[in-house]
Design a protein around this ligand. Sequence first.
Ligand SMILES: Cc1ncc(COP(=O)(O)O)c(C=O)c1O
Length: 331
Amino acid sequence: MQLRTIDLRSDTVTRPDAAMRAAMADAEVGDDVLDRDPTMAALEERVASMLGYDAALWVPSGSMSNVIALMLHLRRGDAFLAPDHAHVLGSELGTAAWLAQGMPRPLPHDGGPGRPSATAIRDAAGAPGPYFTLNTTLLCLENTHNFAGGTVFGVAEWNELLGAAREKGLLVHLDGARVWNAAASLGVAPGELTRGADTVSVCLSKGLGAPVGSVLVSDSDRITEARRVRKMLGGGVRQGGVLAAAGLLALDNVDSLASDHATARLLADGLRERGWTVAEPETNIVLADGPLGVEELARLGVAAVSVVGKVRFVTHRDVSETDVREVLARM
Ligand SMILES: Cc1ncc(COP(=O)(O)O)c(C=O)c1O
């Protein structure tokens, strides 16, 4: 008998629910490349205000959002800092370097899993050198940090890292693809974890359940320029309100992320009982070392991926507590 696959590869596999599909069908639309789409404009305004910024820009993906931010910030001859295994370093095909022109400099996770210490930032930024050396001009942080296992840092640490960057004259970009999860885990408003950067990218198409879309926030001048860069990359869309309508509903799902975190903890406990080594999940990502690899799991109808030499399971709104118990039972 063919087992039903329980898909824990990523929270990006969530499908739009009936309410989202209905909102998409009913969306008020315009031509966003010519003179703005009203539903996209409403989404951008709402995200900017939630995150404490003046302006925002919808983009098709988190990768495009990050590269637009880096293209705004970097010039040839610049270097940028990011925690080791950050998405901008290893999972965007090097666009930070070849498209945004920044030399990547990975930082250690010496401040805790997924983040550098303030000292590491100060040390790596260094002091201006002779004319033939790179100018380190930008710090990129990631909250939650995907490949460290969905790890979170809080408001005090965010402000400390931001402070270290500013002391060294660095610009700051936050890859907040899952900052919603960080906020839900800490019980703070998302804006508490995003305020004070130059640019922040957030995703609607991960745990929040939209089928597509990310949002870049910044000041109005940068967002005006970001709109031009998005067009250069072919990311301007026409009746985008159909997509933004799903994004607006997705924003109502921030509070329900806590239940994904609970199923992640349930999974982690069950894996430990079955002999796996698992760090306690801080959000919806479980990184584990154990007796089964992803191929063996696939034979059990459990889809997971391999990252940084471990098996990564991600819980999301399309897997229930019952599904997680079923995964454990199959193991
Ligand atoms: C931390 C982080 N940043 C950016 C992205 C890129 O998002 P997208 O897949 O929409 O390009 C991802 C995707 O998983 C991610 O985990």
